[in-house]
Design a protein around this ligand. Sequence first.
Ligand code: SF4
Length: 275
Amino acid sequence: MEPVTTTSTDTNLDRPKEARLLATLSPSRASDFKQCPQMFKFKSIDKIESPPTVYQARGTTAHLALQRLFDLPGPEREPQRLYDLFRAAWMELKEEEYPTLFESVDDERAWGIESLNVLANYFSVEDPRSLEPLDRELDMLEDLDGIVIRGILDRMEETTDGLIITDYKTGKAPPERFADKAFFALRIYALLIRHRTGVTPDGLKLIYLTGPTVYQVPVDDEQLDSMDTQLRELWDTINTAITTDSFPTQTSRLCDWCSYQDICPAFATDDPEPS
Ligand code: SF4
């Protein structure tokens, strides 16, 4: 875990609390709050930036490469083309978003080789030549009658199992008994699709490239109605937290991956600084 090094100069904290109430909520920010309200505050209210990690860089670059893979005609969607797209995407993103991520060329090269090995797994779980997604990297912004949800949906396709919403993860899958939690964001996207198109998706699919592992579950109106209720409650809970300035810490094993651990009250020590 890398420490937080950059404190935002955003003036959000200077604004009245009412002006800081949610305007929109993304599935990932909703997940943040569910995981730990204090982490949500650091990230979304205080806007404290955390240093980018090699894992984030791999995820962003792989998403762009996989998105562009489907710009190619079906028969050309071969592994070598995906690797080339990954390299090209990295050259674009590196300068803009990750200029100081690697200390040496050797570190960057080792990361690149590992990333291509992770990407190679994609072809063992799916044949992109046989898929024609309806949408990729779809910008969703839906007003669900008073709560506004925004996010980017990775991919959606019509298959023999019906309309499927798919999300790529470059990391490792959680054990199957914990997998249901991982579908939280995809259920929100399914709700947004139903709201936008009037069509209820049939399934949700998570592709974890490290492993690789694929989890797919059915989805229906009952689940989406329940998600709608859950999101409204979460929206209200977050706004209450903002107006009362109450963001409790929620420690878990995920704290080991939290960039804010060194400024988190749950990990504060009373030891005075050595003089
Ligand atoms: S270290 Fe743990 S408790 Fe602290 S903000 Fe991060 S997730 Fe929350």
